[in-house]
Design a protein around this ligand. Structure first.
Ligand code: SF4
Ligand code: SF4
Length: 302
């Protein structure tokens, strides 16, 4: 049976494609964007999230753990990562949801059942399913099955990707996708590597090739103050998009907001977005205007 690790399923989503959608979030990503607002999606393994402020020091998790990986501390608990095998029993035993598992193994059938349950909302709103992440294209086997099955059922399918995978996968997935939401961070390869951990050559090449297939694409640009909202980057991005194949080009600018700090704390991982800032309104307006000058439909938000 095909399964995959899913870290979240969002119903009634209105910013991830047309209409009302259900968004399936795959766990695991091969970029390390400093501004990531879903840090629980980065690791391809299950993880535990701990919220110290919710912990009542009841000791249930200590008792539940067969591997002696948890002990009570002065202000909550300590977890020994060397002993923990991520079985999740401590999370099941926690009465206050201070400990939660991030990531659930789900089968194609289970995911399709969830998608089907939303059908009435899709029909009323022109919505459908969006596969996001993490990076859904890292799960291409199960993603293809989900796309094919959703297609057979007449459900509109969106794939939200950063495009940092092989062209072969992108083109295969495109045959079963109604719309791509394609992330483009910045044009300078060295800056891209600095801020995301990977250069952008594959991402740009894949986008060029994908545009030739005729599959509708909305390009989404996270806007981070002082990182990629510069005139130079916006000009280069607009020129690149204007030269893609296809008549109509659309860009959505997604302003960075530092909303994920609590998630980094829960996961116990370093928050690289701490020092990043939101783009100012003038820079956003100038970017929208620049894209329009290049004949690209542009707006702020998803
Ligand atoms: S996930 Fe399992 S092994 Fe890890 S601390 Fe919790 S109960 Fe122990
Ligand atoms: S079970 Fe939950 S509330 Fe109780 S000590 Fe463990 S983390 Fe804290």
């Amino acid at each position: 049976m095909s399964t995959s690790l899913i870290f979240d399923i969002k119903r009634f989503a209105i910013n991830d494609g047309p209409g009302i959608r259900v968004v399936i979030f795959f766990k695991g990503c091969n970029l390390r964007c400093a501004w990531c607002h879903n840090p629980e999606s980065i690791s391809a393994k299950s993880g535990k999230m701990y919220t110290q402020s919710k912990c009542i020091r009841c000791g249930s998790c200590v008792v539940a753990c067969e591997y002696n990986a948890i002990s009570l501390s002065a202000d909550g608990i300590d977890i020994d990562p060397k002993r923990c095998i991520m079985c999740g029993k401590c999370c099941d035993s926690c009465p206050s949801l201070a400990l939660e598992m991030s990531g659930k193994i789900m089968s194609v059938d289970e995911i399709i059942e969830i998608i089907e349950n939303e059908r009435v909302f899709f029909e009323q709103s022109g919505g459908g399913v969006t596969f996001s992440g993490g990076e859904p294209l890292l799960h291409s086997d199960i993603l293809m099955k989900l796309l094919e099955e959703s297609g057979k059922r007449g459900i509109h399918r969106v794939v939200d990707t950063a495009g940092n995978v092989s062209l072969e996968i992108i083109l295969e997935v495109a045959k079963h996708t109604d719309l791509f939401l394609y992330d483009l961070k910045m044009m300078d390869s060295a800056s891209h590597k600095k801020w995301t951990g990977s250069d952008n050559s594959l991402i740009l090449m894949n986008l060029k090739e994908l545009s030739k297939t005729g599959t509708p694409i909305i390009i989404r640009i996270p806007m981070i103050g002082g990182v990629n909202d510069t005139d130079e980057n916006i000009e280069q991005t607009a020129r690149f998009i204007s030269e893609l194949a296809g008549e109509s080009k659309e860009v959505q600018l997604l302003p960075f907001h530092n909303i994920a700090r609590h998630k980094y704390q829960k996961l116990g991982i370093k928050d690289k977005s701490e020092k990043l800032r939101e783009p100012d309104k003038k820079a956003l307006a100038a970017a929208v205007e620049k894209f329009r000058q290049y004949g690209i439909k542009a707006g702020i938000g998803g």
